[in-house]
Design a protein around this ligand. Structure first.
Ligand code: MGP
Length: 212
């Protein structure tokens, strides 16, 4: 509470009651702002609907406190059903290839083995979220659009989406720092693919434009 009820002045028994303002320090009530406002989306695979109809906005937040309130309220990825996704994107960017901020972009893709659902999936996803909201990639954070986790029977995937697949320097900075943050062994390569290649692929794999 920022103010208190009027009270007696100390040591002056019987003195006239005067209103005394008690101001709490700002740390007690001001939430810690994030650099960006973020939107969390949920995708549930309902085959009777189109891909984009299955995508639902859950909530937006722009403070540390509201991020944790949301994070603690929702299921971890490992508890989601097969075919479900979470997407965390900067406010104003839809989590789809067609968005103006994604259409020239691509993604750093982490593919997980089935065993990693139990060991790594939730930890990797939390670390990915913290990298995004904490703007962890120095100037290259500007290039970040969002991140996606796909829960799939064949193996789960986590990706960071960036704005332009030609921005080599920013993409390499993000890839190197992201790999370190996740503690991916140096010898395991992760790849970056353009959305153009991913959306037009015919086989099961898309060629990597960059690897770290
Ligand atoms: P997915 O959900 O990204 O991967 O794409 P999944 O399920 O592992 O499948 P795989 O093909 O990578 O093995 C599945 C399908 O969802 C795609 O083939 C598209 O039909 C559709 N889809 C996915 N995304 C990210 C988009 C998108 O951004 N826009 C549109 N229009 N369709 C998409």
């Amino acid at each position: 509470m920022a103010t208190s009820e009027p009270r007696k002045t100390e040591g002056e028994e019987g003195a006239t009651e005067a209103p005394v303002a008690v101001v709490a320090s700002p740390e007690q009530y001001v939430k810690h702002p994030l650099q960006n406002r973020w939107a969390l989306w949920y995708f549930k695979n309902d085959k009777s609907k189109s891909w984009s109809e299955n995508l639902r906005l859950i909530a937006k937040f722009d403070t540390v406190e509201d991020f944790w309130a949301l994070y603690n309220h929702i299921q971890q990825p490992s508890k989601l059903g097969f075919g479900c996704d979470y997407c965390l994107f900067k406010d104003g960017i839809k989590p789809m290839w067609e968005d103006d901020r994604n259409k020239l972009g691509g993604r750093w893709l982490i593919t997980l083995s089935k065993q990693q659902r139990h060991n790594d999936l939730d930890r990797y996803w939390m670390e990915t979220l913290l990298c995004l909201i904490g703007e962890s990639f120095d100037d290259a954070s500007e290039d970040i659009c969002g991140a996606v986790v796909n829960v799939r029977p064949k193996g789960d995937k986590i990706a960071i989406w960036t704005v332009n697949c030609q921005n080599r320097e920013a993409i390499m900075t993000i890839g190197q720092q992201y790999k370190e943050r996740l503690n991916v062994p140096v010898k395991s390569l992760i790849g970056y693919q353009s959305h153009d290649d991913t959306s037009s692929k015919s086989g099961s794999t898309t060629k990597n434009m960059y690897t770290v």
